[in-house]
Design a binder for this molecule. Structure first.
Ligand SMILES: Cc1cc2nc3c(=O)[nH]c(=O)nc-3n(C[C@H](O)[C@H](O)[C@H](O)COP(=O)(O)O)c2cc1C
Length: 252
């Protein structure tokens, strides 16, 4: 199993999957993970597995080579709070699947919305799907080109941070967490999240709109940050919601 830092470094939006179902033991691990995250989050999370690819979510051919027979279906009301919560918890699933050597991709837009069959309560919608499967050994040109195109506009790590200190004056562990946020996924790679450091008080906020996905992106950024902090031995947890801080022991 990959370490968390390896998973953060290796994760990419996988756009090409092997045509084979997940091993039963792998599926079991993913199911346990989803059950825990659903209980903790209250977000609609269904790990859908079908036998035949034709019954699965149909990913846009312009962005993906073929599809998968397992995917996570995320549902909830369309509020910012729910978006942030869904991003934060479902991205822990993405990182776990990555640690198991699997490929994933957050897909909120480019799939056939009639190909999924969510159980929706009044006022709820599908927030995103996340296909999960074995990445093909050869990374297709399509994937490299799409990624290079989207990533060429990457912000610099220091551009993510608002602080009275220079980026180089901030603690090494914090800078690595910022790097993890930059390496994380965001809708159309908009990177709409800023982090702030004021006397050790750490917050995260949306600084620009991003195709109405900015709150999913906020939760994802928090999950990337927290995973990188834990990997470095910094125990801390994000509060979700407006003004939410990263609670950590400054003496550590
Ligand atoms: C909330 C969210 C929604 C996304 N929706 C789509 C999508 O509909 N189609 C797609 O091809 N990629 C989608 N992506 C993937 C992003 O384009 C990708 O994460 C970003 O370009 C960075 O590339 P990387 O994940 O390979 O590092 C989405 C990502 C996030 C976080």
């Amino acid at each position: 199993m990959l370490s968390m830092m390896e998973a953060i470094e290796r994760r990419v939006s996988c756009r090409s999957y092997e045509k084979k179902p997940l091993e039963p033991s792998t599926l079991e691990k993913l199911t346990d993970c989803v059950n825990q995250l659903r209980d903790a989050s209250g977000i609609g999370m269904e790990l859908v597995t079908v036998e035949d690819e034709k019954d699965s979510v149909k990913l846009a051919r312009s962005m993906f080579n073929g599809g998968v027979t397992t995917y996570l279906l995320l549902t909830g009301d369309g509020s910012p709070a729910t978006g942030e919560r869904a991003g934060y918890y479902a991205h822990q699933f993405v990182l776990y699947a990555t640690r198991l050597g699997l490929g994933t991709c957050w897909v909120a837009g480019t799939y056939d919305h009639h190909s999924v069959h969510p159980k929706l309560a009044e006022g709820e919608q599908v927030l995103s799907v996340i296909p999960v499967g074995y990445p093909t050994e050869k990374v297709p040109l399509k994937q490299s080109m799409i990624r290079a195109g989207l990533r060429k506009g990457d912000r610099k790590d220091e551009a993510f941070v608002e602080s009275e200190l220079l980026f180089t004056q901030l603690p090494e562990w914090f800078r690595r967490c910022v790097e993890a946020v930059r390496m994380g996924p965001s809708a159309v790679n908009g990177q709409p999240i800023n982090l702030s450091w004021q006397d050790g008080v750490i917050r995260a906020k949306v600084w620009k709109e991003n195709h109405r996905m900015e709150y999913l992106d906020l939760g994802i950024a928090k999950a990337q940050f927290e995973a990188a902090a834990h990997a470095q031995g910094i125990k801390g947890h994000w509060e979700l919601g407006k003004e939410g801080r990263f609670q950590w022991e400054q003496s550590e």
